[in-house]
Design a protein around this ligand. Structure first.
Ligand SMILES: Cc1cc2nc3c(=O)[nH]c(=O)nc-3n(C[C@H](O)[C@H](O)[C@H](O)COP(=O)(O)OP(=O)(O)OC[C@H]3O[C@@H](n4cnc5c(N)ncnc54)[C@H](O)[C@@H]3O)c2cc1C
Length: 561
């Protein structure tokens, strides 16, 4: 369509045929390049006006200076390509090291705003979340859910077949299906990045001084790129504990669990946090004998007590043994190579086929930064960043799991990436409110929450009013045959005794990870119970339980007192 950009003198350069440097009149100094050929051919960005404008006609107010450079320099890397460019200029508005949720979100959001983006990824774009985390773990949990459904199919008058008393699991089929899902999403993401003109470099990135990033490919090749801004998005890897060296067969981390072709007969899950409980739930539902070891007094540390109690009760009912407040001493592998004996507590022992170490994740900062870069790393190896995700080095940002003291969640990384790009563009950007992000744990029963627990609200000095509504009274829950769990809403009690702001929403039960939206919004909008109670939930739906709980908080409920 013959798109072109123009400077204030009317000089026009066809898109894809020039390099444009924007410079605000009277601002001097800093320059930022925009390569329109990479921008979906339609938009240019002015940082100083914090605006993105069509790169077509008159954009006088943008004060673009046109620097003709001939055809656009394009490196042809794809998600599976190499690092070798064409030897030309490798300067980008933003260079991002790491292509997980934090990195690829910054790339997509930045490219959508018209920034030129170089994304460096040593493995596959999608990161932990897509390849070794959220997506594969939830796929296996879905296998467990299907299994539970099939097992209870006869309750609905459906028989799997005359000879089939109990369903069976062929885990390798689930593994294949998981991989298909991951591959489809990976292909989609790679296409999205390509479509937005993001240049993906396959290699390991190291931030040197002066915003230079050296990229080392597997084949020994290196290339250096520069960014006006640089984003560190290297993510995290599983932590291990002394005495439990990961060997990939007997002692596993999440990485190995998600690659299993066969279910072990018994496992010890070390760590009763979100990931540990998801694995415990999945293994148990599929027939593996599970013992969870947790050093703290209970599993799911940080969740509301009522929620923890509900999950613990469900685990117990299903035969998952939870050993909380227990110290582990190590393990002695069976000489046959199959299984091991875990030592814990006061000389106690447990023989299992496999141990799953699920004790958190450490930042992947080794080789990421040289001393010249001026980026502060804390004593635990995480990158220190402020609430706008700025590191100690000017123009260097950090996002996602690699950042110190932030929740390691993919959607938090997405939100941080948006903050970074808006800040780079000079747009107002609200920092992520870490105390009120949504949490979702996909064990059975599911857990979802946002905001303060009842205990945390009291500890913070709030006088609180609390209402709980079990799913047992919800018609949809009865229909689907899954009534375990409840919704609990914690609200501020005003001095006159009436209910004020909703401080926390805690859910445990069927599909609550899909229901948290309204609760999350209520907490973050700082809405009162009265305001939220005004809104209608569809009937029959699981979300009515949230609606009923909030209605009850106003002092008068329908089904809930
Ligand atoms: C089993 C499991 C289940 C999970 N479930 C959930 C869930 O349900 N919901 C949720 O929100 N979160 C979940 N998470 C957490 C989520 O996966 C992470 O929070 C998220 O992936 C963090 O994104 P990131 O971009 O910061 O890092 P990562 O996803 O770790 O991505 C970092 C990327 O950077 C690359 N990289 C590292 N160093 C370099 C370098 N020097 N040069 C080039 N590339 C580099 C890596 O190869 C990787 O692709 C789960 C995690 C696990 C392990």
């Amino acid at each position: 369509m013959g798109s072109a950009v123009a400077d204030r003198n009317g000089d026009r350069v066809p898109v894809g045929q020039g390099r444009i440097v924007d410079r605000h009149d009277g601002w001097g100094g800093s320059r930022r390049t925009v390569w329109p050929g990479r921008l979906g051919a339609t938009r240019a960005v002015c940082r100083h006006h914090a605006a993105s404008v069509p790169a077509t006609d008159d954009i006088d107010d943008i004060l673009l200076e046109v620097v003709p450079t001939g055809p656009e320099v394009a490196t042809e890397q794809t998600a599976t390509g190499g690092t070798e460019g064409n030897g030309e200029d490798h300067h980008f508005d933003v260079v991002i090291i790491g292509g997980g949720p934090g990195g690829y979100a910054a790339a997509l959001y930045g490219a959508a705003a018209g920034l030129s983006i170089g994304l460096v990824e040593l493995d596959k774009v999608g990161g932990t979340c897509l390849h070794r985390g959220c997506v594969p773990a939830k796929e296996f949990l879905e296998t467990a859910s299907v299994y539970r459904t099939v097992r209870s199919a006869s309750d609905f008058g459906i028989e799997a077949g005359p000879d089939q008393k109990e369903p069976t699991v062929t885990f390798s089929v689930s593994q294949d299906r998981k991989q298909q899902v991951v591959t489809q999403l990976f292909t989609g993401l790679s296409g999205l990045l390509k479509g937005r003109g993001v240049t993906v470099f396959n290699g390991s990135g190291t931030l040197l001084g002066d915003h230079r990033v050296r990229i080392a490919g597997d084949d020994g090749s290196t290339v250096e790129v520069t960014g006006t801004d640089v984003v560190l998005a290297a993510g995290s890897v599983p932590r291990t504990i002394p005495g439990f060296d990961v060997d990939g067969t007997v002692v596993l981390t999440s990485d190995e669990v998600l690659a299993l072709e066969r279910l072990p007969e018994s496992v010890a899950v070390i760590g009763g946090g979100a990931i540990g409980c998801e694995f415990a739930s999945m293994f148990s539902d599929l027939g593996t004998k599970v013992t969870v070891f947790e050093a703290l007094p209970s599993i799911l540390n940080g969740c509301d007590e009522d929620v923890v109690r509900t999950v613990a009760r469900s685990f117990k009912k299903r035969g998952i043994e939870v050993k909380a407040g227990v110290t582990l001493h190590g393990h002695t592998p069976d000489p046959s190579g199959r299984g091991t004996v875990v030592s814990f507590g006061d000389g106690e022992q447990l023989a299992v086929e496999a141990v799953v170490v699920s004790v958190g994740r450490r930042a992947r900062t080794e080789g990421l930064i040289t001393g010249d870069a001026g980026v502060t790393i804390d004593e635990r190896g995480f990158v220190v960043a402020d609430s706008s995700m700025r590191t100690s080095a000017a123009g260097v940002w950090a996002v996602g799991d690699v950042v110190a003291g932030t929740p390691q969640l993919a959607h938090v990384a997405f939100a941080e990436a948006i903050v970074i790009i808006k800040s780079i563009l000079g747009e107002p950007a609200l920092p992520v409110d870490y105390a009120r992000v949504p949490w979702a744990i996909y064990c059975h029963p599911e857990v979802a929450f946002a905001g303060l627990t009842e205990a945390a609200a009291k500890e913070a000095g709030f006088d609180v009013i609390v209402k709980k509504d079990p799913f047992g009274g919800n018609s949809r829950a009865r229909i689907i045959g899954d009534t375990e769990g409840m919704v609990k809403v914690v609200a501020e009690k005003r001095p006159d005794g009436s209910t004020g702001r909703i401080l926390g929403v805690h859910m445990v039960g069927p599909w609550v990870t899909e229901q948290l939206g309204a609760g999350y919004l209520a907490v973050n909008w700082e809405a009162t119970a009265e305001e939220v109670a005004h809104f209608i939930q569809p009937h029959p739906s699981l979300s009515e339980t949230f609606g009923e709980t909030v209605l009850a908080l106003t002092g008068r409920g329908l089904h809930v007192a």
